[in-house]
Design a protein around this ligand. Structure first.
Ligand SMILES: [Zn+2]
Ligand SMILES: [Zn+2]
Length: 185
């Protein structure tokens, strides 16, 4: 399902990052990002941000394993890209909008979402981009624009943890708008 989100890094005024088209809810994209951090990027948040944001300027159709399990390791990320259903690697790698059969001139395809919420002069499309995941050294920060109309920090997922995050709790916060003092999932 198309649930739109962003994968981002912090800035002075909010975050900047790339579009993610499908399945961007916490239980889907949040879950996948936590796994990518540990399995693909071996706990290196800088490498993760470089690959997911800098190396794919047009953003992502889908980072989530649909038909084949990944992890893909960092080298395999070089094979990431859009492939049509006729391709024998279709569905095997995450799909971006800038590599594979979508390799339009990346300069033209570059799309950066820059959040300055709640400043109205923002460039992050809060009406369209429901979820944003910001990669920081310690944690994944989860922002929701629902029901607030602007991106608001609603959950923190520490990278180092012993238990699985309660992703559902983040989705409930985005429905009720009730944000607890301790944002940790
Ligand atoms: Zn790409
Ligand atoms: Zn925003």
């Amino acid at each position: 399902m198309s649930t739109r989100g962003a994968i981002a890094v912090p800035t002075d005024t909010g975050w900047r990052g790339r579009y993610h088209h499908f399945d961007s809810r916490p239980a889907q994209l949040g879950h996948e990002l936590l796994h990518l951090y540990h399995r693909t990027f071996d706990g290196d948040h800088e490498a993760m941000a470089r690959v997911l944001i800098d190396d794919h300027p047009a953003g992502w159709a889908n980072l989530i394993a649909l038909y084949f399990p990944w992890p893909v390791d960092q080298e395999e990320f070089a094979r990431v890209g859009y492939e049509g259903v006729m391709s024998d690697v279709w569905g095997r790698f995450p799909e971006c909008y800038c590599h594979g059969q979508h390799n339009e001139a990346t300069d033209e395809a570059e799309q950066t979402l820059t959040c300055r919420c709640p400043d109205p002069d923002t460039d992050c499309g809060p009406e369209f981009i429901e979820w944003a995941y910001v990669i920081t050294p310690q944690a994944l920060r989860v922002f929701s624009s629902r029901p607030f109309g602007v991106h608001r920090l609603i959950a923190l997922v520490p990278w180092q943890r012993d238990n699985a995050p309660d992703w559902q709790a983040a989705e409930v916060r985005a429905i009720t708008g009730e944000i607890p003092e301790d944002l940790t999932l």
